[in-house]
Ligand binder design. Sequence first.
Ligand code: G1P
Ligand code: ZN
Length: 545
Amino acid sequence: MVNVVVRETRPYPDQRPGTSGLRKKVPVFQQENYLENFVQSIFDSLEGYQGKLLVVGGDGRYYNREAIQIILRMAAANGFGRVLVGRGGLLSTPAVSCVIRKHAAFGGIILSASHNPAGPEGDFGIKYNIGNGGPAPEKITEAIYARSQVIDRYRTLDCGDIDLDSPGERALGDMRVEVIDPVADYAELMEQLFDFDLIRTLIDAGAFEMRFDAMHAVTGPYAVEILENRLGVSPSSLMHARPKEDFGGGHPDPNLVYARELVDIMYSANAPDFGAASDGDGDRNMILGRRCFITPSDSLAVLAANAHLTPGYRRGLAGIARSMPTSQAADRVADRLGIELYETPTGWKFFGNLLDAGKVTLCGEESFGTGSDHVREKDGLWAVLFWLNLLAVRKESVQTIINAHWRSYGRNYYSRHDYEGVDADGAGQLMDSLRRHGGDLAGRRFGDHEVAFSDDFAYRDPVDGSLSEHQGLRIGFTDGSRIVFRLSGTGTSGATLRVYLERYEADPQKQGLDAQDALADLIRIADEVARIRHYTGREAPSVIT
Ligand code: G1P
Ligand code: ZN
């Protein structure tokens, strides 16, 4: 007989979820009852889950296993009927979404700090996803936070850990825990969306070479099963495919800076035809061709323009959604397809309602996130498979495909400059000052550029009518160029200022520039308007993507 115990606790002041759940350093999570408080606050903010199914899994980072054991005991003590948990505690973020939907679960808990480094001094995170498979909307995350501020007890079981490493079902108090293969349901869904036979033909032909970098994070087992076992990609094409608790000491963010090894290979003399990487929890992706990099904004546009070539999207797209700072490349595709384009605040949770209402099929963010209505999270491997399907159909190189796209639609030169870990006060002052002076910029000229509008982006959800304000300061110029400023909502120390720069170029003769060169004017204007160097004390961004 396993006893339910009620333990007393006291609130922690810092449990407000950010852009994507609660993220903190591991030692913060290891404080007495810190995780327990948050988990109980989640359960206390939900209704009607008694006897229902919960999905639990994480990206395998340090503290993942301990956290899962705590959550399982608490889920049982709070009355969930059944839990599906990935073997070894592993489930990528899109796989959690897929499993929630396929098994009609009440919801799920994902343990991840995405692309942030892991280890005893690294980051950890937890977020709750609702029954549609997507991140909980703000209404719920705010309720969780409110609850965490008054919490005084939590429920758990008085028992030890259960085995997470062998598949099968076991009892935990009155609850059943089923340890599932983390890849199976997800792989099955991918086979429905993409033409695996055709991709296999491309790979078997022998002339096509690729690299996929799992960055020692959760997509390793997914890549082995899907790319290697099902599609015939050679094992040597998979880099860092073994998940590690500290991600091998790396920073599992698939971008030009942190996926350096892959980028170097893709720009070497004998570069493979296709390169891709995914992040800590498997929801981000980076796409590369031979000596060419596809910005996430362009990737969204190319996928949208070519979606009809894949089995899963043959019937066309209902609409496209992109986060506000994402480039407007997809807008041009939506325009030509005659479908709606929605501009949402940063964060995948804003796509959920649009997807559920059938208003959009594809979504994307400039931060290496792309996805569709197949799940309710962005999905790294899905994007890789989508590209492989296109390459197999079009039989052209990545470079040829992107050049043809730009010729047809024009090129949106794009870059994001991050000033990471800057002083939070300085960053706050920069935003305040922009907010104060931002409103009166219209009509002002900076060199050749004239400001058409400037505002603090606010979004009214067209489905539930909810309003989200202060989502980033935008300066739009009369030629369609844009500069956007916002502070990161996922960081765990100091502040991160993100500056997003975009310029449209219709002339094919002028589409071959390096993005930083093409955006040089806007980069200067951004510093002038926001006094970035003054407020951050930095001479240059720490990451340019
Ligand atoms: C960042 C990205 C955002 C993404 C989020 C979670 O959030 O900018 O697009 O949805 O990570 O992966 P930020 O740190 O900018 O708040
Ligand atoms: Zn992620």
